[in-house]
Design a protein around this ligand. Sequence first.
Ligand SMILES: [Zn+2]
Length: 46
Amino acid sequence: MMQLEEFFYCVGCGKMVKVHDAKALFRTGFFRVVLPLGCCSDCSRV
Ligand SMILES: [Zn+2]
């Protein structure tokens, strides 16, 4: 069974990224209600 919480929408890539690779997760914003917004390590190290 897939856990939807393991993925978030990276605002940098514009695609789904595993939470494991997240550099920062935004607790305030949600995408389509169920998907958390965040920023993956690739987009955060710029
Ligand atoms: Zn990214």
